[in-house]
Structure formats: C-alpha cells, structure tokens
Design a binder for this molecule. Structure first.
Ligand SMILES: Nc1ncnc2c1ncn2[C@@H]1O[C@H](COP(=O)(O)OP(=O)(O)OP(=O)(O)O)[C@@H](O)[C@H]1O
Ligand SMILES: [Mg+2]
Length: 253
C-alpha cells in the first residue's frame, strides 16, 4: 500500500503546494509511483503539474461516489498521476456535512487505488475545514511546510496540537514526519534565528533539507511544470531532490 503524506499548514502561502508538486517530481525520478491528490478548491497543484481538471475531478469522488479511476490523470512525467482539484470542491465542504463518514470520504476513495502507488501526496487548503480533516484522516504522515518568520513557532505548535486533537477525536494515528523550512533566505538574520529556534524546539522533527527562496520555484507553475522539468539545476530543484531522498530514507526506516 502507498504511504500517504499530507502537506498541512492552516496558514496560507507557506509552500504546501510547491512542496507537494516538486517532491512528487523527485519521487518519480527516484523510480517511485506517485499520485498527487489536490483537495484544495484553488486547484494550484493540478495546474502547477500542467493537468486540466476537465469535467470530472476530486469533487465527484468525494461527494458523488465516482471511482478514482475515472478521475485520475497522467501528468506527462514518468509515473506521476494527479487526482485533480477544482473550485467545485468549495461546495463539497457544505455537501459533505450531512453525509455518513464525512470525515473519511477521501481515505475510503484512496484505498481503492493505494496498491498502485508508492506515495500518495495530498495538497489541502489553508483552512481547518472538512477538506483538510479528510486529508488528515487519509494520511499516514504529515509534513508541515513553515516559513521562517516571526510567528512560525506558534503556528507549528498550534498545528501539532490540532493533529493530536484529530488523532484523539477521530481515533487516528497520523504521525508528523517533520516540519520543512521553506522560502529560506540565508542572508536574513531573522530567517536564520527562526530556523535555529524551530530545530531547537522540535528536535528530530525538522528536515535537513531547507527550501531556499528561489525564483524558478515561483515561475515553474505558470508553465505547468515541476521544478525538475523547468529548472533542474536551480537551488530550489536541488533542495526538493534532497527532501525527496530524505522522505524515502525515513519511509524505509
Ligand atoms: N521556495 C520558494 N521560493 C520562491 N517562491 C516560492 C517558494 N515556495 C513557494 N513560493 C511561491 O509562494 C507562493 C505560495 O506558495 P504555495 O502556493 O506553494 O503555498 P501554499 O501553502 O500552497 O498556499 P495556500 O495556503 O494558498 O495553498 C506561490 O506563489 C509560490 O510560487
Ligand atoms: Mg496551496
């Protein structure tokens, strides 16, 4: 069965989507079979990989019981597939409420295809709504992308608390694989201080790989390309390659 990883942070713009998409590209480069699940109504992971959602997308899987095989698209990059997101997912947050098993719809959907993948990477929205709860209950592990800014520590502590609450209340065992420092500027004294504090406060829970602020990472999605396709020699590409290697190593252990 696939290892399912959700990239979570209730704060917006911390690099969740950029990380999901680019880690996916380096996992497939390492020979893994990967499915990216875009459960964000913004659908940035879908367009960032260069996939058109079309008429059928994750909304139909979550709310209309469509089989994932009808919805999954090939990305054009090796063994990388996408379960596309769509703005209609915003309606799913409401339509799911009266449904049976509303917190576990994604988990049940992904179980139908889990055998075909080594990794399933979920990109949730920056909210704590039913979509994100579905991402958490479907996940074995959570990776938390954090920006090196003044409130990073508080945000990280709050999210770890939320994950504990989800585990207790929904009887889940989601584990935190680690926090990932994103958009890091090594010339910034604040960034260096925050990075140091995060490592000190959460020892063993911060990836060695640090993602630098890198213009190629910001440009790639507008071409519908991952960084591996757009600028494989950039600092951003090297950082995501290192992160993918770390994830594979942790997964083996
Ligand atoms: N390392 C980086 N260097 C430069 N720009 C980056 C980097 N990582 C992300 N960005 C840019 O920052 C913005 C936010 O990143 P991204 O969309 O990955 O965050 P997010 O957490 O998924 O946001 P949301 O919470 O809205 O889903 C995007 O415009 C993205 O291209
Ligand atoms: Mg996003």
């Amino acid at each position: 069965m696939a290892t399912v990883i959700a990239f979570c942070n209730q704060k917006g713009g911390t690099g969740k989507t950029t990380t999901a998409v680019n880690v996916a590209s380096y996992l497939v480069a390492l020979g893994k079979r990967v499915l990216v699940v875009d459960i964000d109504p913004q659908a940035n992971a879908t367009s960032g990989i260069g996939v058109q959602a079309g008429e059928r997308h994750l909304y139909h899987g979550l709310v209309r019981d469509a089989h994932p095989d009808e919805l999954i698209r090939h990305s054009g990059l090796m063994n990388l597939h996408v379960l596309p997101g769509h703005p209609d997912l915003a309606a799913a947050t409401v339509e799911l409420v009266p449904m049976e098993n509303r917190e576990y719809r994604l988990r049940d959907l992904l179980r139908r295809v889990g055998r075909r993948y080594d990794f399933i990477l979920i990109d949730p929205p920056p909210t704590l709504d039913l979509l994100t709860i579905n991402a958490l209950t479907a996940a074995d592990q959570v990776i938390i992308p954090v920006q090196c800014e003044y409130y990073a520590l508080e945000g990280l502590a709050r999210l770890m608390h939320t994950i504990n609450l989800v585990n207790q209340n929904l009887k889940m065992k989601v584990r935190t694989m680690g926090a990932l420092l994103t958009m890091f500027d090594r010339t910034s004294r604040l960034h260096r201080a925050v990075a140091r504090d995060v490592r000190k406060k959460f020892p063993g829970y911060v990836f060695d790989a640090v993602i630098p602020r890198n213009v190629s990472l910001a440009e790639a999605p507008s071409f519908g390309k991952t960084i591996l396709q757009y600028d494989p020699y950039s600092h951003g590409a090297k950082a995501y390659r290192k992160l993918a290697q770390e994830i594979v190593k942790i997964e083996k252990e």
